[in-house]
Design a protein around this ligand. Structure first.
Ligand code: ADP
Length: 393
């Protein structure tokens, strides 16, 4: 069975085609600058990487070229070989706590939720429409980033603001990266042969979130109403006092939207270091003694430690802490600093085992109070697995 996993952005479309029998990636790639001058696409298959420029007026152009290329390059013989398509959807609101087969109602709901995810959901809708136009008979599934977090209790997802803001406007914590946290939960549960685990999953990429999981269900998570909340990120500030907004509006003559843009795009590692949002550049800065990079790194680490310590208590102890995504998988230094700051909880790192990049590895020492693992995430595979399961039902 062949399943395609799709992540449609406002001007991009990422794809990955899996052979589900052995979970092999047959082909993957990216269409970029859709609707913008200079559009191009990259297709990776076997040992080949093909990059071409092409006029991409809209997502449908990208989908047509993609499907045509798959046949032309003999990756598939005909389009009927694609058994299903799974779409990554950032926001499923309060309605969607699981992946679902895409019906007209589902795609309209995704569009309606644009209010809560204005940068993402309209693009996902376009991606769905483009595939529906070209492959009208192929079943499609929506996999929501927010769905995994729908098991949080009210006291964990509400903000202490007027309750009517929640009932009237949906103001609450939704949480994001759910597909990744769910994949991590599944992978580690399989590894340890147990479903009754208390897990803290740290997804540390450009964006980052920490999630507390008990018996396979999300109990709490660090991102909030939007992905701006929680830990310090590449360019996002994470948790701040919201009174800063009117204060800076006044001082700099900015609109609320402009200050929010600074919170999203000019803050985090970039804002503090003044150097870069990329943790590799920060680590380089640290190694030559750049004080602002040292400060940015400390603030980043402290914000992660704060959430782990909080969730350790909320869960009543923890069985496994997992690190995933770009930084979590590839920065031994970040992992070491985080774990060493958790010494008060008896959590200990095996420095030799920790010297690993992008590989599933146990990195806690034998006398640690809980296990610590590096678990490479695979959101595309999770999307494909959900799709396969739903269309087989
Ligand atoms: P996104 O949130 O965009 O999906 P990724 O999960 O790809 O992000 O993570 C991107 C982050 O991972 C960047 O900050 C990058 O610096 C970091 N990263 C990637 N490789 C390394 C590495 N070898 N060491 C430290 N950080 C790394």
């Amino acid at each position: 069975m062949k399943i395609m996993s799709i992540n449609a952005g406002s001007s991009s479309l990422k794809f990955c085609l899996f052979e589900m029998d052995n979970k092999e990636v047959l082909v993957s790639g990216l269409f970029e600058r859709i609707g913008i001058e200079g559009s191009k696409y990259t297709i990776k298959y076997q040992d080949y990487k093909l990059t071409e420029e092409a006029e991409l007026k809209d997502h449908e152009d990208a989908v047509k070229i993609l499907l045509q290329k798959l046949v032309e390059l003999k990756i598939i013989n005909s389009l009927e070989e694609i058994d299903g398509i799974g779409h990554r959807i950032v926001h499923g609101g309060m309605e969607y706590s699981k992946s679902v087969i895409i019906t007209n109602k589902v795609s309209e709901d995704i569009l309606k939720l644009s209010d809560l995810a204005p940068l993402h959901n309209p693009a996902h809708y376009l991606g769905i429409k483009a595939f529906q136009d070209v492959l009208p008979k192929t079943p499609m599934v929506a996999v929501f980033d927010t769905a995994f977090h729908q098991t949080m209790e009210e006291e964990n997802y509400l903000y202490a603001v007027p309750y009517e803001w929640y009932t009237k406007y949906g103001v609450r914590k939704y949480g994001f990266h759910g597909t990744s946290h769910r994949y991590i939960t599944k992978r580690i549960s399989e590894e340890l042969g147990r479903d009754d685990l208390k897990i803290i999953s740290c997804h540390l990429g450009n964006g980052g979130s920490v999630t507390a999981i008990k018996d396979g269900k999300c109990v709490n998570t660090s991102m909030g109403f939007t992905p701006l909340a929680g830990i310090v990120m590449g360019t996002r500030c994470g948790d701040v006092d919201s009174s800063i907004i009117p204060y800076i509006m006044e001082k700099e003559g900015k609109s609320a939207g402009e200050v929010l843009n600074d919170f999203n795009k000019k803050s985090g590692l970039l804002g503090i270091s003044g150097v870069s949002s990329d943790s590799r550049d920060i680590e380089d800065g640290v190694s030559v003694g750049n004080e602002r990079c040292i400060l940015a790194e400390k603030m980043f680490v402290n914000s992660i430690v704060k959430y782990i310590a909080d969730y350790y208590v909320q869960l009543g102890g923890v069985d496994v802490i997992c690190f995933t995504a770009g930084i979590g998988e590839r920065s031994p230094e970040t992992r070491r600093m985080v774990i060493e700051k958790l010494a008060a909880l008896g959590i200990k790192i095996d420095l030799e085992a920790n010297n690993v990049k992008g590989k599933f590895t146990k990195i806690s020492s034998d006398n640690s109070s809980c296990l610590v693992y590096v678990v490479p995430t695979d959101e595309e595979l999770m999307i494909a697995m959900d799709t396969m399961e739903l269309i087989n039902r």
